[in-house]
Design a protein around this ligand. Structure first.
Ligand code: ADP
Ligand code: MG
Length: 292
């Protein structure tokens, strides 16, 4: 079997003030999949992301890339960060340039690419986040959502193999969330491995292929979303409830309205199943009426 693109193996992290970030955390990211990392506040989600791109180093345990341990050498960490892009939760912490184009071009310029390639990458990245024509804009005049998109563009311009996003949906309005999810889907379809953290259990189960549940600095479960969706016990330990679509479906299945399997993973998918079911039953009653 192919190695996970990135893997934390039994990682401990203690912050300088003595606070525990991670405790025996083991988590593997399958290549090209959409991963969601769920957990209560303080569970260690942001700490996991910082380990996966080498910003933090394990106090104990190991980071592996394609099955190989990543040592702490400058060269190894620089190579890792070229392949693994991290979008911080707070755009103010990520943006540093006065203008959008300058900010987005910083990464590719640092890769030593020629000016034409950098310009093409900046254009493509701004297009991808819906900010075509924004290169000359002043960063400090942008809205929160636009700043967030500039951050994402800056990471996309590096053409990372793995894209890590810390609470990317927080603070975005609903249409922007839909656009961002669609962008992440396109990236994953092209083979980019995407991992995001979120508080939104409904979004996570509707969107992700794989779910990782974090509680008190360790990963208590990692599995395809359909296998964890109804695990109220594990979800509760990680500070979450069962997704709404799953809870509704369980009630409808118990009343015989919908079959027990398959369980739709999002409310729109549940509505579709209901609609299909209504269409089927009205088609059947039409047939019955016409044969009477
Ligand atoms: N810079 C830091 N210094 C000290 N403790 C920290 C720091 N960042 C996080 N922690 C602690 O590490 C634990 C995990 O934090 P974090 O990874 O930010 O969790 P999450 O992203 O899931 O909310 C928490 O107990 C938090 O207080
Ligand atoms: Mg966090």
């Amino acid at each position: 079997m192919a190695h996970p693109v990135l893997e934390l193996v039994d990682v401990d992290h203690v912050y300088p003030d003595g606070g525990t970030g991670l405790r025996g955390c083991t988590l593997a990211l399958g290549r090209g999949r959409r991963h969601a990392l769920l957990g209560a506040n303080g569970a260690g989600k942001s700490t996991v992301l910082r380990h996966l791109n080498g910003l933090l180093r394990p106090g104990a345990g190991q980071l592996r890339s394609d099955g190989q341990p990543v040592d702490g050498s400058r060269a190894a960490l620089a190579a890792l960060r070229r392949r693994v892009g991290l979008v911080f939760q707070d755009p103010e912490r990520q943006l540093f340039a006065a203008h959008v184009g300058e900010d987005v071009s910083f990464g590719p310029l640092n890769l030593g690419l020629d000016a034409a390639t950098v310009a093409a990458r900046v254009d493509a990245a701004l297009d991808a986040v819906g900010l075509h024509g924004y290169a000359g804009r002043a960063v400090h005049h942008l809205s929160f959502g636009q700043k967030k998109r500039v951050c994402i563009a800056g990471v996309l311009a590096m053409e990372p193999e793995v894209l890590l996003l810390d609470e990317p949906m927080a603070g975005l309005d609903a249409p922007m969330q839909v656009d961002l999810a669609a962008l992440l889907d396109r990236l994953a379809a092209r083979g980019v491995t995407v991992l995001l953290t979120t508080h939104d259990v409904d979004f996570a189960f509707g969107w992700a292929d794989d779910i990782h549940l974090l509680a008190a600095g360790r990963c208590i479960a990692s599995a395809p979303a359909e296998r964890l969706a109804a695990r109220a016990d594990l979800l509760h330990t990680a500070g979450h409830r069962v997704p709404l679509a799953i809870a509704l479906h369980a009630q409808l299945a118990a009343r015989g309205v919908l079959p027990a399997i398959p369980a739709p993973r999002s409310v729109p998918a549940l509505l579709e199943a209901l609609q299909a079911d209504l269409a089927t039953s009205s088609a059947i009653s039409n047939i019955l009426e016409s044969t009477e």
